[in-house]
Design a protein around this ligand. Structure first.
Ligand code: SF4
Ligand code: SF4
Length: 109
């Protein structure tokens, strides 16, 4: 099975912020503010990606099964499109990458 049901993907929130036109000073000040709120961040081009340690309220846990989305059929599109590196690492040895992504997407959370 591709997904390890570890719940890591649902235990934090990711936000992407357009920082084009912002000064280096403003960006560093904002990153300092984020770090004081326990958020990590990194810059890729004009985008600041913020990782906030906020668990999704729909994440559930079942003994013996692990972490599972409690509203899987209605989960947001961003959850459906998420590509899990952990799940890929498990399958990459013997499965086609496209199959891995489909398997992971079918079992996330
Ligand atoms: S999709 Fe990945 S991070 Fe999320 S629960 Fe499955 S293995 Fe863990
Ligand atoms: S909606 Fe479900 S899949 Fe999406 S983050 Fe929440 S628990 Fe995870």
């Amino acid at each position: 099975m591709a997904c390890k049901k570890c719940g890591a993907c649902c235990k934090e929130t990711t936000m992407r912020i357009d920082i084009s036109g912002k000064s280096q000073k403003d960006i560093e000040d904002y990153r300092k503010y984020l770090s004081l709120h326990a958020c990590s961040s990194f810059i890729q081009g004009d985008t600041l990606t913020v990782l906030a340690p906020v668990m999704c309220s729909l994440l559930g846990y079942q003994e013996g099964k692990g972490y599972i989305c409690s509203d899987y059929e209605n989960r947001p599109e961003i959850c459906r499109k998420f590509l899990c590196q952990k799940a890929k690492d498990v399958e990459v040895l013997n499965v086609n990458v496209n199959d891995t992504v489909k398997t992971k997407e079918a079992t996330r959370g």
